[in-house]
Design a protein around this ligand. Structure first.
Ligand SMILES: [Zn+2]
Length: 478
């Protein structure tokens, strides 16, 4: 479900002018630091759209910002206003991908002391300015902005920057194929108020030798060690672990079942399953019915239509293959034709489901494509898992394998979580500056606001049951 529309997190620096935006629980002040005539001050005429009454591009951008600031303002609680320096400016972009925005704390504090002289927060630990101010109950930044936010001024307005995907400036989420600016604003402000670590993900080095509050909640689920207790090398390794870094905050953990969907799952059983018996992670198809419980179950039967023993199912099935899959779940191989073509062929032969075995060694991913005439569920398994399952099918008859597959959803496990049900952080095996570590994994459904790339189905709520962003902020002290 992810696309190339990145949203990046970075820490940055400051400046000041004007102010708009406030709300009930914390006042959020937006300092527009664009020069006259550009960015938030762009005077290009605009037509009011989706609840945004602005009549210039700049007015609409600021109105949307105020709308999003009010959402965070009503959610967070602090007696110190949160000041954000914000600008539109050119950010990294090509015709097919780009950075929508970037934001982070301008300043960090540790060993906090409140107005009564009491120590607050975790000692020896960095907090971003917004949260440090809240915990201290005083403005430790002496009136300076605590967040710097940038938004891409070229997006959709330039052939070299995602033409056709400009920011949608309405506030009604009716963005269609455009990029919903309120979502981008909520995401970037999320980083600014605390959704980031200050420890380097690429080197593992702590900022000036002290951990960030995040580091107390990031667990390497292979070493079973928190970042705060790890060496630089161990932290750097976990940042490129694929799925080895989990968030262990109590608020997020408790809310996972209320927000995330259960993992799609294949259970293999039956008298002939042998060592192939068990649960398998699967990638879901974007066509056909969604996996659900009770699962669709049937004998697993391979399609074999190639000389090398594989089955591509790219053409109408032979009589032998059709007899094998009728009333059963077809096992086919990836390659040569689209997944929907394979699904239509096995469906036409009477199969009740399809498992596509990957043809390369890769992490699990879904099956793309669209065809409304497909009525059977389909999934992908990894090459390793598919090879194991096919090995259990070698003693089959022409119509029966004695190996049962059940395509449904896990009764216990949630998407994007580790074996203990804790949400994973984004740790691709190649380190991605601005994306790795300080985001949730892209493996969740429903999609989360703080994933590294925007998804079109996001709402404007950072709260349960839509989203786990506020729960994480509560974990770190909000
Ligand atoms: Zn981000």
């Amino acid at each position: 479900m992810t696309n190339n529309f990145k949203i990046k997190a970075v820490a940055a620096t400051l400046a000041l002018v004007g102010s708009i935006g406030s709300a009930q629980a914390v006042s959020i002040q937006i300092n527009n630091i664009n020069a006259a005539g550009v960015g938030f001050n762009d005077t290009t005429p605009a037509t009011p759209v989706g609840g945004n009454p602005g009549v210039t591009l700049g007015e609409q951008r600021l109105f949307a910002f105020t709308y999003a600031a009010n959402i965070w303002g009503a959610t967070l609680n602090s007696n110190v206003p949160i000041i954000i320096n914000a600008s539109f400016e050119p950010l990294t972009c090509t015709a097919t991908s780009g950075t929508l925005g970037s934001a982070g704390a301008t300043t960090v504090f540790r060993d906090l002391v409140d107005v009564n002289g009491n120590s607050v927060g975790v000692p020896g630990t960095w907090y971003g300015g917004a949260l440090a101010n809240k915990l201290a109950g005083a403005d430790l930044a002496n009136g300076a902005a605590v967040i710097r936010a940038r938004f891409n001024s070229n997006l959709g307005l330039n052939a070299n920057c995602l033409p056709g995907s400009p920011f949608y400036l309405g506030i009604d989420n009716n963005h269609g194929t455009q990029t919903d600016f309120p979502v981008v604003l909520l995401h970037e402000m999320g980083h600014g108020v605390g959704f980031q670590t200050f420890t380097s993900g690429s080197t593992g080095a702590q900022l000036a030798g002290f951990p960030a509050i995040w580091d107390h909640y990031m667990l390497d689920n292979r070493l079973n060690k928190l970042w705060v207790n790890m060496t630089d090398a161990e932290r750097a390794a976990s940042a490129i672990s694929g799925n080895g870094l989990s968030w262990v905050g109590a608020n997020v953990n408790a809310a996972v079942p209320d927000v995330l969907n259960r993992k799609p799952n294949l259970t293999v059983s039956g008298v002939a399953a042998g060592t192939a018996a068990g649960d398998y992670a699967v990638g879901e198809a974007s066509f056909g019915p969604a996996l659900a419980n009770p699962p669709v179950s049937g004998q697993l039967m391979p399609v074999v239509d190639q000389a090398n023993g594989t089955g591509l199912a790219c053409t109408t099935l032979s009589a032998t293959n059709a007899l094998a899959v009728r009333g059963n779940i077809a096992v086919v191989d990836r390659g040569t034709c689209g997944f929907t073509v394979k699904a239509l062929n096995v469906q036409a032969a009477g199969a009740k489901g399809m498992i596509v075995v990957d043809n390369v060694t890769a992490a699990i991913s879904g099956l793309g494509g669209t065809d409304p005439s497909i009525t059977i569920p389909a999934v992908r398994v990894t090459l390793a898992d598919g090879t194991k399952i096919k090995a259990a099918l070698t003693k089959r008859s022409r119509t029966s394998s004695g190996v049962i597959g059940s395509l449904g959803r896990s009764l216990t496990a949630f998407s994007g979580t580790d074996s203990q049900g804790r949400i994973l952080l984004h740790t691709p095996t190649t380190f991605s500056p601005g994306s790795s570590v300080s985001h949730y994994t892209t493996e969740t459904t429903r999609n989360q606001l703080m994933e590294p790339a925007i998804n079109p189905d996001l709402t404007h709520s950072p709260l349960v049951p839509s989203d786990l962003t506020y729960e994480l902020l509560k974990d770190i002290g909000w």
